[in-house]
Design a protein around this ligand. Structure first.
Ligand code: NAD
Ligand code: UGA
Length: 477
């Protein structure tokens, strides 16, 4: 029985744990929140005085951190003490796709979640509500419950026994709009059995979320609803991207098609922007997890249906470098290409599963020299993603002919264009909307192309600047 919530601990200080706890701490100033992580560097960055150094970039996050950090929000590597004093523990660790063993390539790897559950079992001292914030396969709460229960059973000293309630409370924030999504969620979903625990968790959210937006359900429906939401969203993107290709082939315009179908209230207008293919750490992994569940429960047709969403996405990412090569007279070997944007979407520094990774790799494989620019992604991260260093770092020797290092990072947007044959827009950063194409045109080599995979550029402006344009889903290409 918990009388009053004083301390909340979140395990995992990543893209979800950090912003989520910051916003809840902001809304609940009387409760202390500590976000803990095994990664020391990450915690050091969360504690950095210079707020531009926070490990997660999200518009508005710095201001929330400024208000709460040191007041009722703390970041720490100390597991034992913070778990011991917590009344509620959020588990917000990563749940990547398994790389080996049973279900490799599809099932979720639950080793981090399991490790958290063991730490909670080991260090908890009170009656504790354990909340699954990570996205988890259906019935994971059972696994957590089992670990907690077994650990308790093995304690000989009855006086040390603690009790647990496990709830599912999946997170629906999108990166880039996380603070807004957390401040004004479409809904908060809580799955659980124990009424007291559910009331305590929902009372936390009721500090700022209207009651009617807090949906209560059972644990398994809550876990499955999260996977389903991501699968439906990703499915819309694969659907519109497949239509974009038909538009290009037939002379139609995907933006017009999106506009026309989006006015049907049953379809709705959101998530109908065609692009280079969905990225982000979750869509692919969550769909593959759903595919694994379907196969596991003897529903291979259902698995195949959802797997197609991922396959179309991969196909879409692969077709872009091919058509760039075709337009650039059939070869891009030795040609310079400005790549604008590396993040998987605008307003985040996250590159996980970004379409830019595959597209850049394929362009480099064809021999192009890439001049990559992104307002928030750092060159170190691009090196990791492409698995190659930029050529400028190699003893200052510009070894352009080394197939392994055919890219360079450009800090300044207008430095990206010199001597290029093409500009490829991969992320819809606002800065790219404002480009003065007349200026760009002067420093490019002819014939000079702009490939807009995000549909953010005004076609007429490009043509007026004497450049050629290809836009995704545009039948005028
Ligand atoms: P992340 O990789 O950014 O952060 C996870 C953190 O957990 C890492 O810092 C890691 O060091 C830490 N960690 C792992 N094991 C630990 C342990 N045993 N003890 C302490 N710390 C540990 O991941 P994320 O993007 O924040 O995603 C977390 C979960 O939330 C995933 O299940 C994801 O599917 C889900 N989710 C993510 C988003 C998103 O936008 N990124 C949105 C909704 C849900
Ligand atoms: C997505 C969901 O939107 C969140 O609700 C969910 O919580 C989260 O996954 C998660 O579970 O991780 P996120 O991946 O951060 O959020 O960002 P989205 O805005 O969904 O974009 C995902 C990808 O789809 C991006 O690459 C984006 O550029 C692309 N996209 C999105 C399109 O190509 N077209 C669109 O119309 C919308």
């Amino acid at each position: 029985m918990i009388k009053e919530i004083k301390n909340i601990c979140c395990i995992g200080a990543g893209y979800v744990g950090g912003p989520t706890m910051a916003v809840i701490a902001d809304k609940c100033p009387k409760i202390n929140f500590t976000v803990i992580d095994i990664n020391e560097e990450k915690i050091r960055l969360w504690n950095s005085k210079d707020l531009s150094k926070l490990p997660v970039f999200e518009p508005g996050l710095d201001l929330v951190i400024k208000r709460c950090r040191g007041r009722n929000l703390f970041f720490s590597n100390e597991m034992k003490k913070n778990i011991a004093s917590a009344d509620i523990i959020f588990i917000s660790v990563n749940t990547p796709t398994k790389e080996k063993g049973i279900g490799a390539g599809k099932a979720s790897d639950l080793k981090y979640v399991e490790s958290c559950a063991r730490d909670v079992a080991r260090y908890s001292t009170n009656h504790t509500i354990v909340v699954e914030k990570s996205t988890l396969p259906v019935r994971t709460a059972e696994v957590i419950k089992t670990i907690l229960a077994e650990a308790q059973d093995s304690l000989k000293d009855n006086s040390k026994k603690t009790t647990f309630e496990v709830l599912s409370n999946p997170e629906f924030l999108s990166e880039g709009t996380a603070i807004k999504d957390l401040n004004e969620p479409d809904r908060v979903l809580i799955g659980g059995e124990n009424e007291e625990a559910i009331n305590i968790l929902s009372s936390l959210y009721r500090n700022w979320v209207p009651k009617e937006k807090i949906i209560l359900t059972n644990v398994w429906s809550s876990e499955l609803a999260k996977l389903t939401a991501n699968a439906f969203l990703a499915q819309r993107i694969s659907s519109i991207n497949s239509i974009a290709a038909i538009c290009e082939a037939t002379g139609a315009d995907v933006r017009e098609v999106s506009r026309a179908i989006g006015t049907d209230t049953r379809i709705g207008s959101k998530f109908l922007d065609s692009g280079p293919g969905f990225g982000g750490s979750c869509f692919k992994k969550d769909i593959l997890n759903l595919v694994y569940l379907a196969d596991y429960f003897g529903l291979p047709e259902v698995g195949a249906f959802w797997e197609e969403v991922v396959k179309i996405n991969e196909w879409n990412q692969k077709r872009i470098p091919k058509l760039i090569t075709k337009k650039l007279l059939g070869t891009i070997s030795g040609k310079r290409i400005a790549v604008l944007g590396f993040a998987f979407k605008a307003n985040t520094n996250d590159t996980r599963e970004s379409a830019a990774i595959q597209i850049c790799k394929d362009l480099i494989e064809e021999g192009a020299i890439l001049q990559i620019q992104d307002p928030k992604v750092r060159p170190k991260q691009i090196s990791i993603d492409l698995n190659m260093e930029p050529y400028e770092l190699k003893d200052n020797v510009s070894n352009h002919h080394n197939q392994k290092s055919n890219w360079i990072f450009k800090e300044e947007l207008y430095d990206s264009f010199s001597n290029t044959d093409a500009v490829v827009i991969l992320t819809e950063w606002e800065d790219y909307n404002q480009i003065e194409w007349d200026k760009v045109s002067k420093v490019m080599r002819r014939p000079a192309w702009v490939f807009d995979t995000r549909n953010i550029i005004n076609r007429e402006k490009i043509l007026k600047a004497g450049l050629k344009i290809w836009r995704i889903g545009d039948g005028l290409n």
